[in-house]
Design a protein around this ligand. Structure first.
Ligand code: SF4
Ligand code: SF4
Length: 352
């Protein structure tokens, strides 16, 4: 089913999802960034805001129009809702042990970019949980650090959405081509004010998304990355990266697919204790602590571990790459380290 919504129609879509008892989460402007938060209505979307990104660089900027999805990936990803940064596992008090309640609302994610659509599928393969209702926003304006095209994850939405929106603003007005991907998506679209999509609406949307494919700011080298990483375990290039890498772990925190956790126990003076799980990073020195010490003590070994897992051994573990090309790790690395450039440097180091 394909229909065209205007902004009021989008507002009605959000209202219908809320009526169905869903917590609707989408992009909002907060703290000088496009972050993710619960939406009350379409008025909460970042109308007229875009972003400017680069290695170690992210700024919001005013747009010349009122687009609500005219921005690329922000510092947060949907990971924080599917795999919370901190989660209680079990607690104890003088009366015994208590398993923590798993409180997972019925989410509707609205404005999910195609790279993140792929990331949600990859992450849920690992962490499971209740499937969210997904309203994707196809990408018509990729960012400077995006490389989804070369990872096969954008800018068109893959087949895992309930509804996909393609936003367009021109002399005919501000509108969204809405395509249902599931029966539930089609039923929802039938409940909101919309007009039938014309062949022109569909052709313009395809043209906009097709043009975006050639405008991503970066690309991964076109070679078998799994094999490249496997061949370069002992490359001297890791030392060159380590001279810049601060081992801060920002790249792993912002990555929509990095899922590692640590488990920690806390107690208070009243005899209460809690065991919780929190996001962890392979860049932490004690992440690889085994009896007697850490296995990966150098920055070089930790960066190598991250990149080799992300682009290489994910294939062996999960049958897919761990990277969707969202570019967050490039924008939010304080040293501006660029995973596409590091892959290219490894490949160049193999040239005779
Ligand atoms: S490794 Fe970087 S570009 Fe790839 S999914 Fe993670 S944050 Fe995005
Ligand atoms: S690559 Fe960048 S973000 Fe990642 S740990 Fe190193 S300095 Fe931090």
């Amino acid at each position: 089913m394909q229909v065209v919504l205007d902004l009021d129609g989008l507002d009605a879509l959000i209202g219908a999802l809320r009526q169905d008892g869903r917590v609707v989460v989408g992009p909002v402007l907060r703290d000088d960034a496009i972050t993710l938060a619960e939406l009350g209505s379409a008025a909460d979307l970042p109308s007229g805001w875009g972003v400017e990104t680069g290695p170690g660089h992210y700024r919001v900027r005013r747009r010349q129009d009122t687009a609500v999805f005219g921005h690329s990936a922000g510092p947060q990803s949907w990971k924080r809702f599917l795999h919370p940064p901190r989660r209680a596992l079990i607690s104890s008090d003088r009366n015994g042990f208590h398993a923590a309640e798993v409180d997972s609302p019925a989410y509707a994610f609205l404005g999910v970019r195609p790279c993140d659509l792929a990331a949600i599928a990859k992450l849920r393969q690992i962490v499971g949980g209740r499937a969210p209702f997904v309203v994707a926003a196809q990408c018509t304006e990729p960012g400077e650090v995006c490389f989804c095209t070369s990872m096969g994850c954008g800018p068109a939405a893959g087949p895992r959405y309930d509804i996909a929106l393609t936003e367009r603003i021109d002399s005919a007005g501000h509108r969204f081509l809405a395509t249902s991907g599931t029966e539930e998506g089609a039923e929802l679209l039938a409940r909101v004010p919309a007009r039938a999509a014309s062949p022109d609406d569909v052709a313009l949307a395809e043209q906009d998304v097709g043009a975006a494919a050639n405008r991503t700011g970066r690309a991964m080298p076109e070679l078998d990355l799994r094999d490249l990483l496997a061949r370069n375990r002992d490359s001297s290039h890791w030392e060159a990266v380590a001279e810049r890498c601060l081992t801060c772990g920002n790249c792993t925190m912002v990555c929509p697919t990095c899922f590692c956790v640590s488990v920690e126990d806390t107690t208070d003076l009243d005899g209460n204790a809690e065991r919780s799980q929190r996001w962890a990073s392979c860049f932490e020195i004690d992440f690889s602590y085994l009896h007697g010490g850490a296995v990966r003590t150098s920055g070089a070994s930790r960066y190598r571990q991250w990149m080799t897992h992300k682009l290489g051994t994910w294939h062996d573990q999960f049958g897919t790459s761990g990277c969707v090309g969202c570019g967050r790790c490039i924008a939010w690395c304080p040293a501006g380290i660029d995973i596409t450039e590091e892959a290219a440097a490894l490949a160049a180091g193999e040239q005779p």
